[in-house]
Write a protein that binds this ligand. Structure first.
Ligand SMILES: [Zn+2]
Ligand SMILES: [Zn+2]
Length: 129
């Protein structure tokens, strides 16, 4: 088996090998391997072994996502309390952060509480100043 065949065989059998690895194995230059693989229409870069990603909530390894399936909801939805009626509900983390960045620190369960909350604030303002 010549260099070319061996290189092709190695690539097919080991998608994680890099050009350098194959070149070392066959004791030829990286450029040589690159050309062989290119000519054979094979991927010249190695498939990156999937890095272990751990769930941000429970620490279990996931399939590349920030959280595992079970913790998806826990992570993306936060339990918050309505600033007006204090009922607990879940809201998307991104929405909370978005609102926070716009200066809306109070979270309301719905429009009704939102308007009531605003009214209350105005009352307390006029009381304080
Ligand atoms: Zn988890
Ligand atoms: Zn409410």
């Amino acid at each position: 088996m010549n260099t070319k065949e061996t290189a092709i065989k190695l690539r097919k059998e080991n998608p994680f090998l890099s050009l350098v690895d194959i070149a070392k194995e066959l004791k030829v230059s990286k450029q040589r391997i690159y050309k062989i693989l290119k000519d054979a229409s094979l991927p010249t870069s190695s498939i990156k072994p999937r890095k272990a990603v751990y769930c941000l909530v429970c620490g279990k390894s996931t399939s590349g996502r920030k959280t595992c399936n079970e913790c998806h909801f826990t992570y993306y939805f936060l339990r918050v309390n309505c600033a007006f009626c204090h009922i607990a509900f879940y809201k998307r983390r991104s929405v909370i952060i978005h609102n926070y960045n716009y200066g809306y620190n109070n979270i309301y369960c719905g429009r009704q509480c939102y308007y009531r909350g605003l009214r209350d604030k105005e009352i307390s303002w006029s009381r304080n100043y």
